[in-house]
Design a protein around this ligand. Structure first.
Ligand code: NAP
Length: 287
């Protein structure tokens, strides 16, 4: 391992990641001699990685965690933030000077920050969510922890048991009384929703179907696809054609990245640096 201050992303597989572009742009702008790298690790390699990170000689001072390890890595953490305590998913780890590991979740506030940028106020709104995986966990948690919560959140996943487990797990720590697990796309009541979110990977591949019918979407609704590659999924194209507002996943990726960087550096980034991070993502091609 090269002995240069290193940050990175732990997950598997990692072929699609744009995170190095954003974080390396910030290091360069700040004149910091550090690199953000990809750590594509198999599950069997996690134990060794975490032991190595805790070693005093390790060059790694922080990292992000992505699919499929956001929940699994909790057991390696020495400290967890109050938000991680509630949603039990980690996407950012700070390696402290004593080489203990502090877990944070910036997906949840990153998603909310992007909604705010888009001018969408979730209080008292009706929201339909597709997917009950890691990203959905952050979204359900983020919305459930708001002081002014949405009026209704319906959640559908092909695996209904998984959705029920997500809601019952979060329900022990977060108010879930306005969350409804539904068993079909029709039961999501999309035509009545103010916001439709796709938190499934369906749309990543050109051959993927669109999970909803075109006539379920209408003007006035915001359709938010967490996918950022491609920027315009078939779902978003269809939503636009129906006159709905649309947002892709690059905004959430950007905000979670800024918040992660701020945890690692223990500082607030200047707007000029944030702008460079966003531009790096906007023009980026994943490595
Ligand atoms: P994940 O943990 O694999 O969850 C995806 C969920 O979608 C799974 O529960 C999956 O069910 C379900 N699903 C698959 N096909 C479906 C279908 N046809 N109908 C309904 N549900 C279906 O993945 P994730 O980490 O949550 O990520 C989801 C997507 O969000 C990915 O595209 C990812 O790139 C994106 N994402 C973006 C950001 C961002 O910052 N923009 C952050 C996180 C994630 P099964 O497990 O049964 O297949």
């Amino acid at each position: 391992m090269e002995h240069r201050t290193t940050y990175g992303l732990v997950g598997y597989p990692l072929g699609h990641s744009l995170s190095p572009l954003m974080h390396n742009a910030a290091f360069e702008a700040l004149g910091v001699e550090a690199r953000y790298e990809l750590f594509p690790l198999r599950e069997s390699e996690l134990e060794g990685f975490f032991a190595a990170v805790k070693d005093a000689e390790s060059p790694i001072f922080g990292f992000n965690v992505t699919v499929p390890y956001k929940e699994m890595v909790l057991k390696y953490m020495d400290h967890v933030s109050p938000l991680v305590e509630k949603i039990r998913a980690v996407n950012t780890v700070v390696v402290t000077p004593k080489r203990t590991l502090a877990a944070h979740n910036t997906d949840a506030p990153g998603f909310l920050a992007h909604l705010q940028e888009l001018g969408f106020e979730p209080a008292d709104r009706r929201i339909a969510l597709l997917g009950a995986g890691g990203a959905a966990r952050a979204i359900v948690g983020a919305l459930g922890l708001l002081e002014k919560r949405p009026r209704r959140l319906t959640v559908y996943d092909v695996d209904t048991a998984k959705t029920e487990m997500l809601v019952s797990d979060l329900g022990g720590r977060i108010k879930m009384d306005r969350v409804e697990v539904v068993h079909s796309i029709d039961d999501l009541n999309i035509p009545d929703a103010d916001l439709l979110i796709n938190a499934t990977p369906i749309g990543l591949k050109p051959t993927d179907p669109v999970l909803v019918e075109a006539d379920m979407m209408q003007p006035g609704m915001l359709v938010y696809d967490l996918i950022y590659n491609p920027r315009e999924t078939k779902l978003l194209k269809m939503a636009k054609a129906r006159g709905a507002k649309t947002a892709d996943g690059l905004g959430m990726l950007y905000y979670q990245g800024v918040l992660a960087f701020q945890h690692w550096a223990d500082l607030q980034l200047d707007d000029s640096v944030k702008k460079l991070m966003r531009e790096a993502l906007e023009k980026g091609k994943a490595i």
